[in-house]
Write a new protein. Structure first.
Length: 451
């Protein structure tokens, strides 16, 4: 591996990636070959149940891989479970600090606009809609995403004592399992859409968690120091490589990210019934968890501000009386920053409340997963678990699923039945809510991000 360039630069002699339609067309035909092969082998050998149990107990980056896992999967978990040797840990630390400093605004963007930008991709969104997990249990899917973000962006989350790398490995297995499920359904037009959850779609998701968060902060009135913004995106470039995106196609600066983002938008963004359906479900999900009625209609107005008029109209984001106020003043972020700077302990409370709200979603997902697991254990019939076979039309279950959609008595779509791999120990994977959620205010008033 070559060394990571510093912000906005590349190594001498290494040309910048020239993102073209031809390159992205090729990336639509690429998945994640190594874990894709591992998942297929596990299913073919009928080892789903054993692998599930082993992965549930694998939570920390420095934890020994359970010996009962198949040798090929054990080797992959060991060799892929470490940071690249040339990573700049100081930049990762600064990105984690920035996430904690601006947790309220970033959580807002990550839980709304980042998802809707993915829904706007007319090809990629079809894979998201394929499973009933996304159609019917969006709250817990969003909660799992929140849990993932907390683990990978926590201070030290990618180091030995953290849990971010194990979370990344399980997400890769989830993606591979979904590819296997969709590809073997007989209902996926590869010639038209490419490989489900392909490398182009992975790049877009990476951009919505990095470049688009920085852009969203700007729209909310929070202008980051340029180096802070580059460091935050750098952390996601590292996470992207750990997620199986080849380093050669990952941007190394915000400028490159903007070029790639614009090209993908021209290629894929547009109206679709799938995108509108997921967006509607997302807004309804947020409405259910927001207390009271005083701010009804505010969230769609904020979403329209973040994603822009065209994408908002494509995704059928409703208009309302808040639109003019949000558009006219555009001071949401500045107001939050004012409270953060001026109100002392109250500002600290706002920060903590925002960070804990993100944590609460993750805990809700894991608690539901634990209840579902206990319910399955008490009602399961004796005997070996059935494993999907390529010789029978029996559908398959994705690897590394939380089980949050398996509430007793709920009828699931047929393509989601069957065994799965993974599941995680829900309580052990939480980010403890009692630990400090932001650096001391004196440290935060050094001028980073506050103007």
């Amino acid at each position: 591996m070559g060394a990571y360039p510093t912000a906005g630069t590349r190594l001498a002699g290494c040309p910048a990636v020239r993102y073209t339609n031809r390159l992205l067309d090729a990336l639509r035909l690429e998945g994640d070959p190594v874990p894709d092969g591992l998942v297929a082998a596990v299913i073919a050998r009928g080892e789903t149940s054993a692998v599930n149990g082993g992965l549930r107990r694998l939570e920390r980056n420095d934890q020994v891989v359970p010996a009962e896992l198949p040798d090929d999967l054990e080797d992959w978990l060991r060799t892929s479970g470490r940071l690249p040797p040339d990573v700049d840990r100081a930049r990762l630390d600064r990105a984690a600090e920035l996430f904690r400093e601006h947790g309220l605004q970033m959580a807002l963007i990550l839980s709304t606009a980042s998802l809707i930008w993915c829904y706007a991709a007319t090809k990629g969104v079809k894979a998201l809609m394929f499973s009933s997990r996304m159609r019917h249990d969006l709250y817990h899917r969003a909660a799992e995403t929140s849990q993932f973000v907390l683990l990978v962006l926590a201070p030290g989350g990618l180091e030995e004592g953290g849990g971010g790398i194990r979370a990344i490995q399980k997400v890769r297995l989830l993606h591979s399992s979904l590819r296997d499920l969709i590809a073997n359904s007989g209902r996926w037009p590869t010639d038209e859409l490419g490989v489900p959850l392909c490398q182009e779609d992975m790049l877009l998701a990476l951009l919505t968690f990095s470049h688009d968060v920085v852009a969203g902060l700007h729209r909310l009135g929070v202008d980051l120091d340029p180096q802070d913004a580059e460091d935050y995106c750098y952390a996601w470039w590292v996470i992207g490589e750990l997620l199986g995106i080849p380093r050669a196609i990952i941007p190394t600066s915000i400028a490159e990210a903007a070029q790639l983002r614009a090209l993908i938008a021209r290629r894929q963004f547009g109206p679709s019934p799938e995108g509108a359906m997921l967006t509607k479900a997302l807004i309804e999900m947020h409405d259910r968890v927001m207390p009271g009625e005083a701010f009804d209609g505010l969230l769609p107005a904020v979403i329209r501000l973040l994603v822009g008029k065209q994408v908002a109209d494509w995704m059928a984001v409703p208009r309302g009386p808040w639109d003019h106020l949000i558009r006219h003043y555009g001071t949401i972020g500045r107001t939050l920053e004012f409270f953060d700077r001026s109100l002392g302990s109250v500002g600290d409370l706002v920060d903590e409340l925002a960070y804990r709200s993100l944590t609460r979603m993750a805990i809700e997902a894991t608690d539901t997963s634990a209840r579902a697991s206990r319910s399955r254990a008490s009602s399961a019939a004796p005997g070996p678990a059935g494993v999907a076979s390529r010789s029978r039309p029996r559908p398959r279950r994705p690897i590394w699923r939380s089980g949050a959609d398996e509430r007793p008595g709920r009828r699931r779509a047929c393509q989601d039945r069957g065994p799965r791999i993974g599941g995680g120990n829900p309580r052990a994977e939480r980010v403890p809510v009692h630990q400090p959620l932001a650096p001391p205010r004196a440290a935060r008033r050094r001028g980073r991000g506050h103007r």
